[in-house]
Ligand binder design. Structure first.
Ligand code: SF4
Length: 212
């Protein structure tokens, strides 16, 4: 209990306030289909969405299908995605995931968490990004912002992303999961910074046990 509220009631108030504050909260990666978002999310590990968008603007003109990525020359793809960092591993992941898409799913991106996370290099975060944004399925997306704010807001005591995802699922109705993830992402970027969070201009401070 904090401020006389259950965690569920607190999460609801936080979510409502953030919804008013960030009515346009959304995924900041550019994409026009599930495959593009899958690839963009793999490239977004340890990189800003802005940088990924710069790279994918031309990348997605050259590679239009899972087969295009599956048959990519690794060295060439590495160079094309180099600005996103960790480019060797990311090129491997993109090619391996797209080979699996071709072999197991006829080149289509599957719509279940089980099938998505069975793809090489695709974890729950990446799968949830695709499920929540493209397929309209309820998805808590535990990225760096959600992980940090869930801890600061004490909506979860866990540090493992999968466990944090479960805790947040229990606190919010499924219809709010994806939007809540985006709202938290916006708040993390604009107010609750990793270093020096701006507590004094935080609209949800009254429900935050970490406020000074
Ligand atoms: S009060 Fe501070 S720690 Fe809590 S959510 Fe706001 S900025 Fe983050």
């Amino acid at each position: 209990m904090f401020a006389g509220l259950t965690d569920k009631a607190r999460a609801a108030r936080i979510n409502r306030t953030l919804a008013t504050l960030y009515p346009d909260a959304r995924c900041l990666l550019d994409y026009s289909n599930a495959l593009e978002l899958l690839v963009a999310t793999i490239l977004a590990a340890q990189c800003t969405d802005k940088k990924v968008n710069e790279v994918t603007a031309s990348l997605f003109r050259r590679y239009r299908s899972a087969a295009d990525f599956a048959n990519a020359d690794p060295a060439q793809l590495e160079q094309e995605i180099k600005p996103t960092g960790f480019f060797r591993q990311k090129a491997k992941s993109v090619i391996a995931a797209c080979r699996a898409l071709v072999e197991r799913h006829g080149g289509r991106v599957p719509e279940s968490i089980e099938e998505l996370t069975a793809l090489p290099g695709v974890g729950r975060k990446t799968a949830n990004v695709v499920l929540g944004n493209v397929f309209g399925q309820p998805a808590i997306i535990v990225d760096t912002h959600v992980l940090r704010l869930a801890a600061r807001l004490r909506l979860s005591k866990e540090t493992d992303a999968d466990k944090v995802e479960k805790d947040l699922q229990a606190l919010l109705p499924p219809g709010e999961w994806t939007a809540f993830s985006h709202r938290i992402g916006f708040h993390g970027r604009q107010v609750c910074f990793a270093r020096n969070p701006a507590h004094d201009r935080c609209a949800i401070a009254q429900w935050c046990p970490s406020r000074p």
